[in-house]
Design a protein around this ligand. Structure first.
Ligand code: MOS
Length: 677
């Protein structure tokens, strides 16, 4: 299907959070900490208050009341402690954006600075084992004897891979318009991946009952995790609106987003692998070192893929975390699986090279019968079929495995492969389907369409269930006043909302007039199985022997993600994910400022993402996979698997092209040249 909202989007008629009008609208602008650690001694809003149009200055000098127990980035102005450079320490409300921004620069903040530590190291004395990693997995797992497995191996690999801080950069910056209604209820237009959870978080933060808040997000210009949980702009807008008694708009700048809307933790990952003479794993160990803030613990699940991917008699996975004077890391594009699979799939390629086994065959050789970490059967697993189909399409069998021997003029040529996996999660959701007086159908669910095509795919799912043309289904989403729905995250939107939409439509068909669904029981009663989507990615690279530039003329993904509900929307998801993986491999990186704290990369001129000219040959294919153990659509999520494994496939191809293994992302020209000379 074409996107239902396609026309309003390309004609500029789709309304985003910052575009909602309000009577008497005012504007807020955040003042951010200039130090990375210490205390706010004094905030003097006096000079700002004298400037034109300024209505209020908010800060810890007069803390606006928040509910007990609010923590992290949302606990605005509640403490004088500074946790990181860039933290919001004050805000100005004025009659225009320009006046608010000018006055924010006039707010005087005095600090008692302390000594900060913002550098992640694998030997940091503050490293500890978190209780669990996200969303709720044991930090460490294992079976068998890793040391014995390594000792008896014919081939071993002991390598450390590092990935940098990464930032989501959705097209639409985080923004919010907040209005207090006469009855004391809060109406919020927010840029958010889930209106139900945003409503609940805002109500809890502000000490309101859940029905005291309504969140509207009809169109969201991307999120990728950065809008997966409530961000400070929404709390700030609500507090500011209460302070001035008028509606308040906040539109974060791109630079502010780097500080206060989350990022992917940098990782240091040590992989130890052993294989017998036939290429079968004798041991696999994956240890991930990551950071969180001093405010709250965010423990990314980096080593999880090693619990899913390969059969081995000895397996150990571990996560170690250190709390630094940095902003709290957060959700970003396949959190955990993405950086974890980069390291695992790169190390596996090293093992294939060391053992002299084709990397596709090495993966096939180590295909497990059940999920290695849990012993659970898979609901379906077609990794081998993806690898075989990808190899066929890519003409992999014609590949000469010797590294560093192909050259076309200045360009060194290489190819690489990596596997992909992402969990097929599902969460409880509600939905309501109604027969309208005109004979058409109204379907309501508080889902969020963050650019994935949720509105369209849910319309199609409803139409298929009702047995009518999609034109007769009218779908409403993006409003917490609609039936409760989980967040557009974890690649579980379609599976979660779609189940509720199907059940509501089935109920309508029985009832004749209306159907109401709540899938809590259905989701809870699902059989205990390992549910994962799989894929295989193949990359061809050209590496300039002159400049070190890497180009990717071909990136081919083959995925097995259950039933693909809509081919056009799905293809866009895969291509988008793979292109993000290309960015991760070659360009994306945020450097931390060790001297002053905070980040050095703060905008799209410094933080590079792929443009169309960088992604000319991206191809996505899929196998039709039948799986009855998922949901009524038989679908697995596809939002995130496209990015998983991509960077490894490209890195492996760079090794094949150059003969050099660069174990630190991104693969910039400087690193390539350093390796070559
Ligand atoms: Mo995605 S990081 O689950 O929004």
């Amino acid at each position: 299907m074409n996107r239902i909202e396609g026309r309003v989007k390309v004609t500029g008629l789709a309304t985003y959070a910052a575009e909602y009008p309000a009577e008497g609208l005012t504007h807020a602008y955040a003042v951010q900490s200039r130090i990375a650690k210490g205390r706010v001694k004094r905030v003097d809003g006096g000079p700002a208050l004298e400037l034109p149009g300024v209505l209020a200055v908010l800060s810890c000098e007069d803390p606006p009341p928040l509910a007990e127990g609010v923590e992290g980035e949302l606990a605005l102005f509640q403490s004088r402690e500074v946790a990181y450079r860039g933290q919001i320490v004050a805000a100005v409300v004025a009659d225009s954006y320009e006046n608010a921004r000018a006055a924010a620069a006039a707010v005087r903040v005095e600090y008692d600075p302390g000594d900060h530590d913002v550098t992640l190291r694998a030997d940091h004395p503050g490293l500890y084992k978190p209780e669990v990693v996200n969303p709720n997995f044991p930090a460490d797992t294992g079976h068998g004897d890793v040391e014995a497995g390594l000792a008896e191996a014919a081939t071993t690999v002991d390598v450390t891979y590092t990935t940098p801080v990464l930032h989501n950069n959705p097209m639409e910056p985080h923004a919010c318009v907040a209005l207090w209604e006469k009855d004391g209820r809060l109406l919020v237009y927010d840029s958010i991946q889930g209106t139900t959870s945003d409503r609940d978080t805002l109500a809890k933060t502000l000490g309101l009952p859940p029905d005291g808040v309504r969140v509207v997000a009809r169109h969201v210009g991307g999120g990728f995790g950065s809008k997966g949980s409530t961000r400070p702009q929404a709390v700030l807008a609500a507090l500011a609106a209460r302070a001035v008694g008028r509606p308040v708009k906040i539109a974060l700048t791109r630079q502010q987003m780097f500080d206060v809307t989350g990022y992917r933790t940098p990782t240091i990952q040590r992989l130890r692998l052993g294989a017998d003479a036939g290429g079968r794993l004798t041991a696999l160990e994956h240890v991930a070192y990551e950071q969180s803030s001093t405010l709250v613990e965010f423990a990314e699940q980096t080593a999880l893929p090693a619990r899913v991917m390969y059969a081995t008699p000895a397996l150990r996975t571990a996560h170690r975390l250190v709390r630094l004077d940095v902003a709290t890391p957060s959700w970003m594009r396949a959190p955990g699986e993405c950086p974890g699979m980069y390291a695992l799939e790169s190390a596996l390629d090293e093992l294939a090279c060391a053992a002299g086994i084709d990397p596709v065959e090495l993966r096939v050789l180590n295909e497990p019968d059940t999920e290695p970490g849990s012993g659970l059967p898979f609901s379906s697993r077609h990794l081998v079929a993806c690898l075989r189909e990808g190899a066929r399409r890519f003409d992999w069998d014609a590949r000469d495995p010797r590294p560093g021997i192909r050259r076309m003029g200045e360009w060194l040529v290489g190819t690489g492969v990596a596997a992909s996996t992402y969990p097929a999660y599902r969460s409880p959701s509600k939905a309501v389907a109604t027969l309208r007086d005109d004979g058409d159908f109204l379907v309501q669910v508080a889902a969020a369409d963050i650019g994935t095509g949720a509105r369209t795919v849910l319309t199609r799912i409803a139409a298929d269930t009702l047995g009518v043309a999609p034109q007769r289904v009218h779908l409403e989403l993006g409003d917490s006043a609609l039936p409760d729905a989980p967040v557009a995250g974890g690649s579980m939107g379609t599976a979660s909302w779609g189940t509720a939409v199907v059940r509501a439509c089935e109920e309508l068909l029985r009832d004749g007039k209306e159907g109401r669904a709540d899938t809590t029981e259905e989701v809870r009663n699902a059989a205990k199985l390992a549910r994962q989507a799989f894929g295989a990615q193949f990359a061809e690279v050209r590496v300039s022997a002159v400049t070190g530039e890497v180009r990717v003329p071909r990136l081919l993904g083959v995925f097995a993600c259950g039933h693909i509900v809509d081919a056009k929307l799905a293809r866009s998801q895969f291509l988008g994910g793979m292109t993000m993986g290309l960015g991760m491999a070659l360009m994306e990186e945020t450097l931390t400022d060790a001297e002053f704290g905070g980040f050095l990369h703060r905008d799209l001129a410094q933080y590079h993402v792929p443009a169309c000219a960088d992604a000319t040959g991206v191809e996505a294919h899929w196998l039709e996979e039948h799986d009855d153990e998922l949901n009524p659509m038989g679908s697995k999520g596809i939002g995130e698997i496209g990015i998983v494994g991509t960077a490894a496939a490209i890195g492996n191809a760079v090794h094949h092209a150059t003969g050099h293994r660069i174990r630190d992302l991104p693969l910039t020209p400087a690193k390539i040249l350093m390796a070559r000379f």
